[in-house]
Write a protein that binds this ligand. Sequence first.
Ligand code: HEC
Ligand code: HEC
Length: 403
Amino acid sequence: MLTPEQIELAREFSPLPEPPADPTNAVYEDLDAALLGQALFFDTRFSSNGEVSCATCHEPALGFGDGRKLAKGVAHHPRHSMTLWNVAYNRWFFWDGRKDSLWSQALGPLEDAREHGSSRLEIVHALADAPELVRAYTEVFGAFPNVSDSSRFPAAGRPVAEQPRHPHQVAWDTMSADDQRTVNRVFTNFGKLLAAYQRQLVSRRAPFDVFVEGLADNDPEKLAALSPSAQRGFTLFAGKAACHICHDGPTFSDLEFHSNRVATGEGVDPGRALGVLQLKVDPFNGASEFADDGGARATRKLQITPRGWHIPGEFKTPSLRNVAVTAPYMHEGQIATLAEVVHFYSTLEGAAPPDPKGEKLITAVQLTDAEQADLIAFLESLTDESLPAELRAAPAPADNATR
Ligand code: HEC
Ligand code: HEC
């Protein structure tokens, strides 16, 4: 049984409220936008080899991850694919937080040579070539621009800051500023559609949530949802093991950046220290003309995020909801199982040395074998994959004859 204090604490983790509003995306709650976004999410036509979609690395049956250590799209990626469960609750996106909205995040993989390997001009043309998608786009955003004049809208192209002579950059430079803006508008709308879909990937009725409800209404059936071992695991999580220092609140993440001292592979991944610099100069950040709230939200959010504040090696605290179905773990997929994660925090075996300038939040919490088993049982009680089946696959093609 939990003490009254522990019961109070449990309420800080459940229930998970509705995802926060996103005023930077005018269509974030639009169901037509979500349905079209869902079709785009599973569509391989927006990749350079015609084989990669978002679902390649965010497979619904694999916890919206890919089960791989490191991601692979058109080419190999140096980081582990993140789960998309409860992604709409995030403040910052990617392991290093280099994006500040869900719609702007989606633009990254499309133009990343290792993921979709495409470019915004190819995306806009691929859309223009698919009448059923243009029809659905028009219903959400109004007219789709005419991009058929190839002297104004080259077949492929995007800004490539680091390579001024890249053919994509050269093609982009031939365009007028107005035509570039037209392409950027459709491209950012593409991201807003994907965001509207992903916002629905919510998981908030895990056995732990049922148990916390049971604490409130004293319903023995609900209280039985959490085994005695998992209950002990919770008291460790928010007690002796001090996981809640970072994995705090109803998403089980403080949504900010820390080092948990997990050792990384070759090379140095600066994590948030670089991500925050990239975010400030991102042409699609929340302060850009493409944010539908006129930049109101981002100005505050970006201003309170100073440059050079983060030390290298900090990554976003992942949510722990559905963590039992999203192995392997960490930004490079360094750890294969939950048992190994718990063993790591318990002993810090193989940990990277602490950065002398860094936080001092991680210490070996030294759990006994029985305590480790309890903590694992608790983490396993955070699973809820009851999302309706029709949201886990490409939508059924609309029957045009009956529309
Ligand atoms: C090649 C595999 C791959 C493809 C394809 C891919 N992703 Fe990802 N996704 C990743 C990886 C890897 C990360 C983490 C990358 C990083 O931190 O630099 C990620 C991160 C994310 C995140 C951030 C989650 C968070 O909590 O911050 C979202 C959202 C996301 N992807 C959505 C998408 C969408 C939408 C698409 C399709 C347009 C897509 N991904 C295509 C591998 C992929
Ligand atoms: C100092 C903050 C902090 C503390 C304390 C902490 N974590 Fe973490 N945790 C993180 C960060 C940051 C990551 C991601 C690290 C990375 O990828 O480099 C992480 C990753 C994880 C992951 C992997 C999730 C995934 O999707 O890859 C699990 C599981 C986890 N932590 C569980 C725990 C448990 C259990 C405890 C308590 C024993 C704990 N954490 C304590 C910050 C913390």
